[in-house]
Design a protein around this ligand. Sequence first.
Ligand code: SAM
Ligand code: SF4
Length: 328
Amino acid sequence: MSLVDGVGRSIDYLRLSVTDRCDFRCVYCMAKNMTFLPRQQVLTLEELQRLATVFVSQGVRKIRLTGGEPLIRPGIVELCRHIAALPGLRELVMTSNGSQLGRLARPLVEAGVKRMNISLDSLDPERFRAITRNGDLRQVLDGIEAAQDAGFERVKLNCVVMKGRNFNEVPALVQYAIDQGIDISFIEEMPLGDVGRSRGESFCSSEQVRAVIAEHHGLLDSTENSGGPARYVRLARHPRTRIGFISPNSHNFCASCNRVRMTVEGQLLLCLGQDNAVDFRALLRRYPLDDRPLVEALHKALRGKPLRHDFTGQGEVQVVRFMNMSGG
Ligand code: SAM
Ligand code: SF4
């Protein structure tokens, strides 16, 4: 069984948001004062598991749990255990801000989570707090170490680069990744949700990030692909660390898009950069014992998956939904 969209792209990757809530309020992701969804609008753990089961039965081979912060959802480890055991699923992976990994890294590995992406935007405690609005850097660094000790097949760092906030920390973040022996991806900020400031002012392209890294390291272009939108370079003198660039604004990667996203309200998003969505929560609740309407809706939705998004990096909000709804 495989899933193909209306223009022939094979879709085998689902990003599933398990909560819109978070213990951080990152400046690029959320507004200062956020209102979160009432409980009845959020998919239950059983509904999340049912969706995962249906999608895997139709050809999804990789699921990434995300949020909000997935690790603050009660019952997350059990959910992982159920999803990881689905026949046909190749890998269950997760994106986290790292704050809860000190206590949860090991249970997650035991539950079958294969890889962990952890966000890290600064190595300076005060700046880290300013970017996340209330994050504790020490807790996150401990979480990164716990993740490495726990035995994930891969731990990777993600960093959203912003001028005037953390652009000047790029070399230090690269050095941290080298010291830890792990990969790091630098992400261009995307114009999702009104976060109370113009994103254009702080926009930093992947080319600018690459240029500053090249001042310190010999860079070797790489054709490697980890199944996502990142383009990689290798460091001539540090073979264990790859540098990824995720450039939704400056380098459109829609032609090779292999994914769809499910928000925590059960809205299937066919493209992160477009507003069209299909309401799976209504189907889950209308047909509690019959998966066929969900299967039909999935195939129909994929036929209409947009060709591409139109992010430009100019800073204007192009999609009103905040990133914590779709999970990045
Ligand atoms: N809370 C987890 C975390 O921060 O890793 C998972 C959810 S978060 C929405 C997923 C990823 O999206 C993170 O790597 C975050 O840095 C990134 N992100 C959030 N808002 C973004 C934006 N406006 N542009 C680009 N990346 C963004
Ligand atoms: Fe929370 Fe992740 Fe959004 Fe930061 S990027 S506010 S950690 S969901």
